[in-house]
Each structure stands twice: as C-alpha cells, then as structure tokens.
Design a protein around this ligand. Sequence first.
Ligand SMILES: [Cu+2]
Length: 723
Amino acid sequence: MRFRTTAAVIALVAIGGASVSASKLVKQRPLDARSIPQFVENLPDFSVLGRVNGDAPYRVRFEEFQQRILPALFYAKLRPPYSAGTMVFGYGMDQGTKHYPALPLRGLYPGYTVVVTRDHIAFATYQNHLYSAANAPGVFRNSAGPSLQKTVIIDQSVDWANPLHAPMATGGVGNQKPYLGAIPAVTHLHGAEDPSAFDGGPNGWFTPGVKARGPGFVTNVYAYPNTQEPTTLWFHDHTLGTTRLNVVAGLEAFYLIRGNGDDGVPGLGKLPAGRQEVELVLQDRQFDANGQLLFPDGYPTGIDGPLQNPKLHPYWMPEFFGDVITVNGKSWPKLNVAPKRYRLRFLNGANVRFFNLYFCVNGCQTKAPFYVIGDDGGLLDAPVKVDHLLFSPGERYDVIVDFARLRGKAITLGNDAVTPYPSAFAKFTPALQGRVMRFVVGANAVADGSYNPSAGGRLRGSGSTVAPTLEKIVQLPGTKGGLPLSSPIADGKKVQVYRQLTLNPIFGSGGCHWPGTGNGDVINAMLLNNTGMRAPATEKPRLGATEVWDLIDLSNDDHPIHIHLVQFQVIARIPFDLPAYGAAYYAAFARGTCVPESGPPKPYNVPNLAGALGGNPDVTKFFLKKTLPYCMDDGNADGTNGPARLEETGWKDTVVASCGHVTRIVVRFTPQQLPAVANGKPINYTGQNKFPFDPTRGPGYVWHCHLIDHEDNEMMRPLIMIK
Ligand SMILES: [Cu+2]
C-alpha cells in the first residue's frame, strides 16, 4: 500500500502537477531536489567556527530564526520573507559575554558543539524561547516571516507533551486540530551517564518561562558529571510525542568529552586534531518551493505520500524521508581538506534514514578504505579498516580518513542505504540521497605526524597513551571466546537477568507482527513488547546488574534501539523464523491472537523456557542458521548477520535491531569503565551504586527506538533503576 501510494506521488512531483500543493495550514509546493546545485557551498565546520567550552557554565536558548540551508543563490531568487532563509529551530548559546553564534544571530542549526573535559561537571541552563506564533513577545515575534509551527505541525492525536490538555481523540477519531500554543521542548544528552533529573527525558519538557512543564520536569539547570569515557555525544530535543518535529526543525548539537590523552590537541602520534578533526551530522530534509521545511502532514506532498491513517493520526506518519541530504545544516556541502589524515566524527541525526557510507574515488570506480576508531561510547581497542559504514539514526562513528593518498582529487561521500532500511519501499535516487558531501583535497603534499591507523597501532591499552583496554563485560554466546550461538544463556554467574523483548508494528487490522493482512493494512503505531509508554515500567534493572537483552524484531525494518544512562555491548544478531515465532506468539495470548498494546502474552516477570523475563515465548527455539528471505537485505551483505561487526564491538548506546534477527546485547547497569573481571573471575556489581549520583532517584530513564517517528508514537518505554 505504502509503496504504491509513494510511487504515485513521485510521479506527480516529477511532472510538477498542480494537485500537489498544500499542507493543512500553509500552501506548500514541494521543491524538486534535482534543482538544487550540489557541492557549491562550504560545510559549516566547527573546527573553524569554534566550539563552546563546557567546563564553564553555559546557557542554551531554543530559538526560532531563518537560516540558509540550501545554497544562497537559491534564496536570492525568492521574495521576502523567504529570501532570508529557511525557518528553523536551533540552539543559541551564551557564556559570559560570548555568544554562539555572535549576536545579532539568534542561533544555529545544528547548535555549536560543546566540548568538556572528563571529570569536570558541566552546568547547562536551558531556556525555551519557542513561543507560539501568535503570542511571541517583541524580539521573538516572527510575524514578518514564515512560522515553522504552521508547516511542521504538532499532531495532538498521539500521546504527547500536551501543555493545554487537549483531548487525544473524540469518539474514536484522533484530534484533528493542529496545536498552535507555545512549543514544549526538553534537551536530552544522548549517550550520557547522568542523573535522571538532568537526562532530559520525554516528560521533562517545559514551555517558555517554564509556564507549563511535564510530569518529569525537575529543573532547567542541568549538571552533567562527564565521568564516562571520552567520546562523541550529542544533545537533541526529546519531548514526548514531538521529538521528530523538534529535531527536524533543528534542535540538535554535538557534545564532545575529552580526556585520557584524547584531548583534541595536535601532536606526534596523536589522533588528528585542530582543523583535522571535524564533526559531521548527516540528515535528510524536504523543502517547498519557498525554501521552507516541508514535513508532510496529510496532503500528498513529496516523497512520503499521504498519511496512513489520517482519521486516527491526522499528521503523524510512520516514517519521514527527505530528498535533500544535509550535513551540519547545509545541503550537499563541500569541505576543502589538506592531504592529511582527518578524524571525522559522524552522527546520524536523521529521523529514519540509514546511511551506508563510502568514499568515492574516480567516479566511484574505487572506494577509498577508511578506519573506524570509535563508536557511540568511546574508542575501540584497535582501528577497524572498512570500505563501507552502515549506521542508523542516533549512532555515532569516529572515523579516520587519509586524504594524503587522494591529493588533488574531489572525493564524494556516497550513500547506498535503501529507504526504509532494509525494506526499501520508498524512493531512492542515487544522484540525490546517494550523495552526502564532497571533500576537495589539496594538491601539494604536506607533513602529517598524526596517529596512522594503517600502521595498526592500538588505540587503547598497551602501546597507547589514550585509554585502558576496553572492558568486555561478559563472555557470552556469539562473542569471540564465548559459547556457540545456539547455546542457551545460562551463565548465571556472569549475567544476572535475561530478557526477551519484542519490537511490534501495530497494524490497522489489529495484527502486531509483520506481515499485516495485505495491501491497505496501515501502521497505526509501533511498540516495544506490545506495551505503550504510559504503562508502568517493566524494565527495572537492579543497580550494578549485568543483563542480556534479546530484541526480537517482529517488523520488516531495522530499528536503532537506544537505552538511556548506560553504554552497552553488542553480542550478535541471530536469524530467527519470524512467521513461526509470530504464530507461537499469537497462540500464547489468552484469546489466541494478539491484543495490540495489551502487553506481552504472558506475565512479564515469570521466566520463559529459556529463563528470560518479558512475558514472551522462548525465541531461541526459533533460531535459524540463515535469515529468511522476507527481509530485502538478508543481513549478509551489510554484515549484520552473526556476531557484532568489528566496528561496533566498542561501547554502544544505540544498536541496530535488524529485520529477521534477534539482536542480542549485554547491558551492565554501572559506569562503563569498571573492570569486568578480577583474578580471572567476573565481578558482580549487583546492588552497588558506582555512579557518582543515585540513578534510582526519579523521574527515571527511558529506552526506545531512535527512528524518531516511531519513538513519538509509542515505541518507547520507561527504564527505572532499582536498588
Ligand atoms: Cu522503530
């Protein structure tokens, strides 16, 4: 159904038909992305723009303003007020007399990168200036310009922040009214080990002047401990039910923790730094002919097509894809680089789009090899050589590329991840979404004394000045030195709790696993363990406990699963028989079929035959040697099948739970760097609080899908730590 409607809409856009013309509040005609020149403007580069020193207190303002995301020549052809740029939300930052960006600019999308030193507490004050268009005071008034609130519309029919307490539905029909009040917002520091009061979770939102606040709001002054390992974090909006909109609007920025010798200072044998260290957030956006953001909201605009169930959710769509690729808030930028090694800190900040990156040489006759040196939570023990890098929304990869071998060349950063990933039913145009940015490499050789990953030197442990060796939390099935994949997890000495949890698509027909009943069976919501966000917490780990979670994907797409508070490790992705497991799953319900959003079929806390909590039939009985063919990608081509890919064997806070697989992760509810083993025996931290704060104190954490459109419509659950 979605494929057919999507294809039909693309045809209309291609012929520029008059029938594609409107969103519900503002007339919008989609801009043909093919008309946007590529690689003409420079990347907004924070190694040049500067970064905010988070070791001193700083203030972050949420602001609405105009910014030129597309090339300046495009806006020059528009009439005022559109000629001033695309209306966005962004972060403006203040520290003493310094402002990022400099006044009179209000903010930037993405916001300036914050850099902190490990073990220094960072004090951040968050201020919401996102007034409603009608009631904005003085300087915040946007009456002269386009208001984002009218084009990126809040859907009041999903469970959302809802400051004015509007009904979600009346008589079985979702609230059709767009919300036009002040915008609720809250900032989550993604990947941080922090107290839940400062976690910026979905219920911690507040409106301008903190006039309205969510039930999880404690304060808007946060203190981040920064005791975890140096790495690339990012902060972004996380408001209940409107995260996808606030993030599309531009509320995101990087946050780098430095320390352990990974200090951002150039030096012999050290990681590339200075101009050779560049953060890159990859996103996709869609625009209208006036250069304004287009977020489809019920009219058949652009590549997403019509909504699935406008009666139930008049503005929510299951997955947003834009046809324009942006990096650091600029469409298809270019970056002039010296022929040296560069450390690129990649972040996938898209709503749903996966990227499978490669560096294209000579019209893509060759793909230049590059090295992954770190992932979400810190450096790997040793660099991993790759020629492709698959990554999903929320994930970060720390990469070194050596441009010395590419002197005088223009290198395009390409992408061949289908959309959605891997079911591929949406439009993918290689000349658009297949290109990300371009690196223009200087012609003259220059000296480079930075760490050279091709020499194979270790990043951590002996021979490295950077960090101690990565702690492998446990030796488990599927890991090197662990048990075979088919073994049950019964290693009670090392693992305190084992959970099997489902990822459920909720179909209009009432089905809660793929496939639906056929064409026209729409997706109404996405759930974790068939349970909504409002139901009482079921994931209540004990402080210090080590748990194994099996994420059972009952859909036909991959989902990046993100857990707050902790960094974890990926063990394996094990193919399973979804149709057969689905039948057993339905049969386990009292009525012999799934009841959407009723929770798992059996009591959550009664272990199943594999000893797993979660209330689901034992999935290990349905493990297969090979994936079944219903996933467009069989998991072999992209390396997701089997033990964790080498480049994801470090600390992770977001993992791709892949189609056709049970994704097995191990989570230890402690600070990440604690040793796992002493005198050859595993250490059990259960019951001990090793954090420099008490994670059992409210309002608690969450875990969720980082496809943000899913997260906003129930694919999120509370995570409550207990003593
Ligand atoms: Cu999802």
